[in-house]
Design a protein around this ligand. Structure first.
Ligand SMILES: [Zn+2]
Length: 293
């Protein structure tokens, strides 16, 4: 009996769904761009907080954004909980950073919970250097990521193409402005190198003529030999500041700082407010590197 009933029920539900969707489309066409109708929002999942900022800038009222990695967590060894996997099953779109170890470890599972979800890799048009995933910390590379994200929104919601294109133009202009501001802020310390625990700022350093020297090695605290090599380097270069972040261990940064009489200054590689944070980072680096060799 059950075996007979089920298909009937499913067919009836599908019919209702088709009718409902048809109704939605007709409605959308007459009120473009739709900016205030909850039922039309795209549910988007991203891996890290700054991506959520990008998607909101690009999608505006048309997107509902969920972040896989919760605040305070580390983007290299994160593990999602069951509640997030459940939420993921209702998503329209997942935007990967690309090359994050937790994405590589979990993506198959993510896809298996939601086979209808479009998965987009935001690093797809970007040249990745030595498996370094921190492409979101270069405003110039965020422009490339914005193109990829915007194209995915248009693909899933073509009726609002104009709306997404307008928002993209505004966002790209803001990124250009941010880029010019950071370049101006750091112009006085161009050519300098800086010491950092976790190597998140390599693309940023490349864009603005700086050089990043990382303490962490392959995601691990350095060994004794590496520590003494770093301390020698820091003494030679009169390093006064070691940059670290609250999401990663600050243990060896503090040990080296104590040995050198230097101080540890925190930079945020996973900001909620991207533009504001990047301006702060540039100002902090300019101030800290300004007094060093
Ligand atoms: Zn990282």
């Amino acid at each position: 009996m059950l075996g007979f009933k089920k298909p009937v029920v499913i067919t009836a539900l599908l019919f209702i769904l088709v009718v409902a969707l048809a109704g939605c489309q007709a409605h959308t066409e007459t009120t473009q761009p739709v900016t205030d109708k909850n039922e039309h929002k795209l549910t988007v999942f991203v891996s890290i907080l700054p991506q959520a900022d990008f998607v909101r800038q690009l999608g505006g009222e048309q997107v509902e954004v969920n972040v896989m990695m919760l605040p305070g967590a580390n983007e290299h060894n994160y593990e999602p909980d069951t509640g997030q996997l459940k939420a993921l099953s209702r998503a329209d779109l997942y935007i990967k950073v690309g090359h994050l170890p937790f994405e590589d470890a979990w993506m198959e599972r993510f896809i298996s919970t939601n086979r209808d979800m479009l998965v987009v890799d935001s690093s797809q048009s970007i040249e990745i250097i030595e498996h370094n995933p921190h492409i979101w910390l270069s405003p110039r590379l965020v422009k490339v990521q914005a193109e990829t994200i915007s194209a995915a929104l248009v693909q899933l919601d073509p009726q609002n193409q104009e709306y997404y294109l307008q928002r993209k133009q505004v966002f790209l202009k803001e990124l250009d402005k941010l880029d010019r501001e950071i370049a101006a802020t750091l112009s006085g310390v161009k050519g300098k190198s800086f010491l950092v625990y976790h190597p998140a700022w390599g693309y940023f350093a490349r864009d603005y003529g700086l050089q990043e020297v990382a303490i962490e090695e392959h995601g691990k605290e350095p060994g004794a030999r590496e520590m003494s090599r770093i301390i020698d380097y820091a003494k030679k270069n009169q390093v006064k500041t070691i940059f670290a972040s609250s999401q990663h261990s600050t243990h060896s940064a503090e040990a080296i700082a104590a040995d050198l009489g230097a101080r540890v200054v925190l930079l945020d590689p996973l900001p909620v407010d991207y533009m504001d944070n990047m301006r702060k980072v540039a100002k902090t680096m300019a101030a800290e590197l300004g007094g060093e060799q």
